[in-house]
Design a protein around this ligand. Structure first.
Ligand SMILES: [Zn+2]
Ligand SMILES: [Zn+2]
Length: 146
């Protein structure tokens, strides 16, 4: 029997997948088996698709990277990518808290300066001023406005 692609050449093998007769030029050996060009292409495409699907689905199944799997580079990448995002958001939260505390500090400082400059000479010590603020705030507001 002759090659199906080259009728003038003698067939030396048959594709294990589709059974096509192949000459020495057309025969492709993969893992010790004979394949035609089309079946070999199909196999390689199938294999790379599977590989992609595997490396894409694995990180999702692996969760948020608490368990760091070894030997699968795709998972390692996600682990490295997931961490900085988490650190950034907690840094932002800390920064927000810090700004909030600084603003509180300046408000307290401002009130204390107001007390020292305007209230202390007339109302005496701080507890007395706080007492007036709690019982009769209008009196201090009127005093500060006038
Ligand atoms: Zn074939
Ligand atoms: Zn051939």
């Amino acid at each position: 029997m002759n090659c199906e692609n080259h009728p003038d050449k003698e067939g030396v093998a048959a594709c294990v997948s589709c059974g096509k007769i192949l000459c020495a030029d057309c025969r492709l050996k993969l893992v010790g088996k004979n394949y035609c060009q089309e079946c070999a292409d199909e196999l390689v495409t199938l294999y790379s698709d599977k590989k992609e699907a595997f490396s894409e689905s694995k990180p999702i199944a692996g969760g948020y990277g608490k368990l760091k799997p070894t030997g699968v580079p795709a998972v390692d990448n996600t682990y490295e990518k997931a961490r900085p995002v988490k650190e950034n958001s907690s840094n932002r939260f800390l920064l927000f808290c810090l700004i909030f505390l600084v603003i509180l500090f300046f408000i307290a400082l401002g009130l204390y300066i107001v007390y020292l400059l305007y209230l202390a000479p007339f109302y005496g010590d701080l507890s007395n001023v706080i007492n007036i603020l709690l019982t009769d705030p209008q009196r201090i507001i009127n005093f500060l406005i006038d």
